[in-house]
Design a protein around this ligand. Structure first.
Ligand SMILES: Cc1cc2nc3c(=O)[nH]c(=O)nc-3n(C[C@H](O)[C@H](O)[C@H](O)COP(=O)(O)O)c2cc1C
Length: 209
């Protein structure tokens, strides 16, 4: 595995250079503590189709995947990781640059992920890392390719200090006929507090009791 950029410091100002990003990011520093375990297995979970809940997500460095897995454990939902046809670079600077260009261009990279039968799902959790204040492009591809109208959509994101940004709004734009539930955001992988915070959110949106 390549050398990992743990505790990488980035100026949020760099992210604010994108015209679409609110400039409240200007003076802060935030710390990325993503574990870049990019060699993790490319899971292609088979869908049980027995649950009415689907958890679809993209994760580059594992944080969003960890949260997605907790949601799966707490709800019994089916897991569907979004896999781009071409993996993003491992190098932190390279992925930041590539993502910036793709987001600015509104580019939707090809993804391998398909849902065999959407009809069985009522509630779809849609998870993404906050990339430049919005969803990662593979999530945009997935939402553009699948008609989720009539479904309840629960957006969630992990971030490096910028919070939800436009993640939920941009998910909602790509799901025009869906009911968008309150969203969930957490810093990094959320550490030890993640499960409790998640469980409170799942109760709030009435997915669990
Ligand atoms: C290309 C790229 C852009 C990012 N942009 C932001 C950002 O605008 N705001 C922010 O808070 N964090 C940003 N981050 C940090 C990620 O949102 C954060 O590390 C997230 O937890 C990573 O999730 P993952 O491990 O599932 O990929 C960015 C990270 C990358 C790689």
């Amino acid at each position: 595995m390549a050398a990992l950029p743990y505790n990488k410091l980035l100026r949020l100002k760099d992210f604010a250079n994108l015209s679409s990003i609110n400039n409240y990011f200007y003076a802060l520093l935030f710390r990325f503590h993503s574990d870049l375990h990019l060699e993790r297995s490319e899971r292609n979970d088979s869908l049980s189709m027995k649950s009415s809940i689907l958890i679809v997500y993209y994760s580059h460095s594992g944080n969003t995947e960890k949260i997605a897995n907790f949601i799966g454990q707490q709800t019994g939902g089916d897991m569907l990781p979004i896999q781009p046809e071409e993996a993003y670079p491992i190098s932190y600077n390279a992925v930041v640059e590539q993502a910036k260009k793709e987001i600015q261009a509104g580019y939707h990279p090809a993804v391998k992920t398909r849902i065999p039968n959407l009809d069985v799902y009522d509630t779809i959790f849609v998870g993404s890392p906050n990339w430049w204040s919005t969803i990662a492009p593979p999530v945009a591809t997935f939402l553009s390719q699948n008609d989720l109208s009539g479904k309840n959509i629960a957006p969630f994101c992990t971030h490096g200090g910028g919070g939800l940004g436009k993640v939920a709004k941009d998910i909602a734009k790509l799901c025009p006929g869906s009911t968008i539930l309150d969203s969930f955001e957490i810093y990094g992988d959320g550490g030890g507090a993640a499960q409790a915070k998640l469980s409170a959110w799942l109760k709030k949106i009435k997915v669990t009791k």
